[in-house]
Write a protein that binds this ligand. Structure first.
Ligand code: TYD
Length: 223
């Protein structure tokens, strides 16, 4: 039986990392074989590209170059880790995926939609998430959290950008959710962590039940 592929998206400081860890523990406790991964990175080839992107080393070469590097990393991650794990029945939880490229490189990077769509198609090669959880919260709240967290650390390439850009990204994630309501579910990130966790668990349970009933129906339909 195929596993599930679930991605987490949202702006800076939305609480993705905490929630993804929490979901991984909950699913493991109920018997799922969970693979926890992230982008950019997640496979040796993609991790090699991660540093180039997040340090800002590629910034001077322009946003097209960065978008291609994100896509190269994603392709490696999909083929080396995600697809084999899902085919083996594992539940893959991924911190950021294709929607981050649509938003960061496409919308706030001002890249032409055709270019972004083509890169996406090549990079994911059919590996569309079964569920994408978009953790939504006001940009100023997220940025304040990200900055507090990074007080000892220098902000990365993307955390340094202005509030208006973060607002635009929030809108862009919400637009994706409105366009693809089957795949994308918005969860309010501006509530206590355990309320967020419950909302996410409910969505995953619904998906799991739907997949089990689809598998069951596929078996009982005469061929
Ligand atoms: P990371 O340190 O992993 O942090 P977080 O997900 O907690 O923000 O940083 C990843 C950064 O890379 C983040 O600012 C978003 C950016 N990014 C893109 O611009 N495009 C992409 O396709 C992906 C996956 C990430």
């Amino acid at each position: 039986m195929q596993g599930l592929f679930i991605t987490f998206e949202g702006g800076e400081g939305a609480g993705k990392s905490t929630q993804i860890q929490y979901l991984a523990e909950t699913l493991r406790a109920s018997g799922h074989d969970v693979v926890l991964t992230r982008e950019p990175g997640g496979s040796p080839g993609a991790e090699a590209v991660r540093h180039v992107l997040l340090s800002g080393a590629a910034e001077e070469f322009g946003v097209r170059m960065e978008a291609i590097l994100f896509a190269a990393a994603r392709s490696d991650h999909v083929e080396e880790l995600i697809r084999p794990a899902v085919a083996a029945g594992k539940t893959v939880l991924c911190d950021r995926f294709m929607d981050s490229s649509r938003v960061y490189q496409g919308v706030t990077g001002n890249l032409e939609p055709d270019f972004v769509n083509t890169l996406e198609r090549v990079a994911i090669n059919g590996m569309v998430p079964d569920l994408t959880i978009i953790l939504d919260l006001p940009a100023e709240v997220g940025l304040a959290r990200a900055r507090a967290r990074a007080a000892s650390d220098a902000p990365d390439r993307y955390e340094k950008e202005a509030l208006a850009i973060h607002e635009k990204r929030r809108e862009a994630f919400l637009e994706i959710a409105a366009r693809e309501p089957q795949r994308c579910k918005v969860v309010d990130g501006n509530q206590p962590a355990d309320a967020i966790a419950m909302a996410i668990q409910r969505l995953v349970r619904e998906l799991d039940e739907k997949q089990r009933s689809d598998n069951h129906n596929a078996r009982v339909v005469p061929s």
